[in-house]
Design a protein around this ligand. Sequence first.
Ligand SMILES: NC(=O)C1=CN([C@@H]2O[C@H](COP(=O)(O)OP(=O)(O)OC[C@H]3O[C@@H](n4cnc5c(N)ncnc54)[C@H](O)[C@@H]3O)[C@@H](O)[C@H]2O)C=CC1
Ligand SMILES: Nc1nc(O)c(N)c(N[C@@H]2O[C@H](COP(=O)(O)O)[C@@H](O)[C@H]2O)n1
Length: 347
Amino acid sequence: MAARVRPFLREFTAANVPMEEVIEFYGIDTAVIPVSMQRPYTWSNTVATIDGFMNFDSTPRVADWDKALKSRSNGENVINHKSKSTKDGSVHGSVESDVALKRHPQAGPFSLADYRLLNAGWIYADAVLSSGPCLRVDPFLRHVPVFEDMLSYRKNVLGKSSNPIHIVLTSSATSFDYTNQTMFNAADLHVVVITTPADCDSAKEAFILSRNTKSVSKLWSDETHAKAQGTVRFVALPLAKAAITVDLTVAMHWLRTELDVHCLEIDAGGSVVRRMIDFKLLDEVRLTQTGQLIGSHDETGSVRPSLFGSQGMDSYDSDHSVIFRTLGIRAIGDHHLFLRYALDYRH
Ligand SMILES: NC(=O)C1=CN([C@@H]2O[C@H](COP(=O)(O)OP(=O)(O)OC[C@H]3O[C@@H](n4cnc5c(N)ncnc54)[C@H](O)[C@@H]3O)[C@@H](O)[C@H]2O)C=CC1
Ligand SMILES: Nc1nc(O)c(N)c(N[C@@H]2O[C@H](COP(=O)(O)O)[C@@H](O)[C@H]2O)n1
């Protein structure tokens, strides 16, 4: 008997994944998002090794930061996975992730497919959420499609603004480097920092203190609300019960009702993604699994960030485990698998 070929199993035809294939795999039919939903339709986007790790390093490499910032202040073109377009696929190896195997001689060229798919989520998102650790690891972090076909689809076909709102979830915004972090100095971004009541005022103060005559972005205010681009807004939301961090359910409701966010991408580490799952706030998991095993500790002996975290997270018995229902599978080359799951909650 011939093997059953399920329609959602396919191979991408090129590492520079053609737009039709991107849409077919990651497209969102907004019609399926209930109007009554009191929070955004939300998905996460992650690249992880086969043993479930998300970064080779556990902490930001200060030396790399310094080098990158120095190059930028010298006017050099800093090559960073978020900062340079690879629209013709010709500069592979400079912008993609190590976790996506960009340095491997055979797998390397295919790591571009992961970068294209990372950008693809930003086409549909009204907002993209990252965390304090993500900003500290990447001084140039931003979530704006760098590929022209994607940007054009976002604007001209979906009718969305050029850039998703950039949400930062943290409880320690006071300690961000407001002078150097790209996100806080971009004329084209609206950044919303969601933090705790204890942190919010001093964070706002630190941001104001960092502004000088060259700073392009300003503190958000009611008056600038109409043109939010180039502004940074600080929001204190209530804490979760018996916790020192923001109540995620309240945060999601706030995004929908206050910022009109209907589609949200989570571009954060495993701890945030996992918390979203524990509170039943995540609708999809999008995962690039790469064929490499790296182990749990980095070269300093610290624990590497992992898929779905684990420390202090909930556990479920066999009647209440979270069910991952496959929505799509793609492959490219011999080392990359792209998985799209819907989540069914039973807890
Ligand atoms: N491979 C990939 O696809 C990705 C990898 N990463 C990497 O993951 C690492 C970070 O992962 P994790 O350490 O798991 O951290 P995380 O990104 O999950 O963030 C955890 C932190 O977020 C903040 N936070 C979480 N929930 C909060 C709440 N309810 N209220 C206020 N603040 C809250 C807290 O500061 C907490 O320490 C970084 O190395 C980053 O580069 C990040 C995104 C994607
Ligand atoms: N899905 C996805 N694909 C990529 O190619 C990514 N770079 C990310 N997110 C980032 O992955 C970083 C780890 O990258 P390196 O291997 O250190 O280059 C991490 O910092 C995320 O920002 N996600």
